[in-house]
Write a protein that binds this ligand. Structure first.
Ligand SMILES: Nc1ncnc2c1ncn2[C@@H]1O[C@H](COP(=O)(O)OP(=O)(O)OP(=O)(O)O)[C@@H](O)[C@H]1O
Length: 270
């Protein structure tokens, strides 16, 4: 897989932290509603963790909180050995935390290629204004690398034919793949995917699963996947966590979770 700019993800590939992400008793309340209730989770580099649960279980809120879009009411989150409990989503993104959303967030007026270049632009070029102004050779080389990298990711996500098309002209399946391409273009250390298969056909879903697998294997990206397609989760994930009413009721291998009586009663059986 050709995803990955060396300068964009500090510490890529090293194994200093066995545990990349740790949630310690994380609670999120909205007024009287406890959306996430004392959630504790440790996730290692390279793990693909599926987060299952019925509607309203707190899965998206958990992703929002990990990514920094929401600050927990209580508890602590650490990432790569640092406390990020109150860190902004923007800063987390710069440090290799990427996510996709249930509703795609592509910039409709930009082309597919331009959308994919956005995170590369702000993770590298934003720091080299004077180099760009003076057209220094290292900046020109960097520009070539960015474009090659974006093209490779677009190709791997099956979007080469629409690379120059505006995002607003794409059907929902391709928009989802575009959002995925943008999230993985510089090989994030932690990838949070919120219902990435919704709107995808069978072939696109398989393609997405293969890309996630390669990302985790080749770059050690830890993936947290919120998804209602249980078969997809069970076939892709190395570990599955099931939440109900904000709390974890099962955490184990796909086979263990699938046969857990409480999971069957409160989610899989419904
Ligand atoms: N901004 C908010 N304000 C108030 N309540 C909220 C807010 N966001 C989520 N909730 C509530 O928190 C609980 C958890 O919602 P969340 O969206 O995290 O669940 P989910 O497991 O992702 O559900 P789904 O599978 O339907 O996406 C729900 O009761 C929801 O109504």
């Amino acid at each position: 897989m050709s995803i990955g700019m060396p300068s964009a993800s500090p510490g890529q590939g090293d194994s200093v932290w066995h545990t990349l992400l740790e949630l310690d008793c994380v609670t999120v309340r909205f007024g009287g509603i406890t959306a996430v209730n004392k959630l504790s989770l440790s996730i290692a580099a390279g793990e693909i963790v599926g987060l299952l649960g019925p509607n309203g279980a707190g899965k998206t809120t958990a992703l929002d909180t990990i990514s920094g879009l929401r600050t927990p009411t209580a508890g602590r989150i650490s990432y790569a050995g640092e406390d990020i409990t109150k860190r902004s989503a923007h800063r987390n993104a710069r440090n290799g935390v990427r996510r996709t959303f249930q509703r795609h967030q592509a910039f409709g007026w930009l082309s597919v290629e331009e959308n994919v270049l956005v995170p590369l632009e702000w993770s590298t070029r934003g720091r080299g204004f004077f180099g760009d102004l003076l057209r220094l050779p290292h900046r020109q080389r960097q520009t070539r690398e960015l474009l090659q990298n974006a093209a490779a990711v677009i190709d791997e996500c099956g979007l080469a034919d629409v690379a120059t098309a505006p995002a607003s002209s794409l059907p929902i399946g391709q928009l989802r793949l575009l959002e995925f391409a943008r999230a993985v273009v510089d090989a994030p250390r932690l990838l949070l995917l919120d219902e990435p298969t919704s709107g995808l056909g069978t072939r696109e879903t398989e393609q997405l699963g293969e890309l996630v697998r390669k990302l985790a294997a080749d770059f050690g990206t830890a993936v947290v996947l919120v998804e209602h397609d249980v078969d997809f989760v069970m076939s892709l994930c190395t570990r599955v966590v099931c939440m109900v009413q904000g709390a974890v009721i099962a955490d184990g291998t796909p086979a263990e979770v699938q046969s857990n009586p409480e999971v069957i009663a409160s989610y899989l059986g419904s």
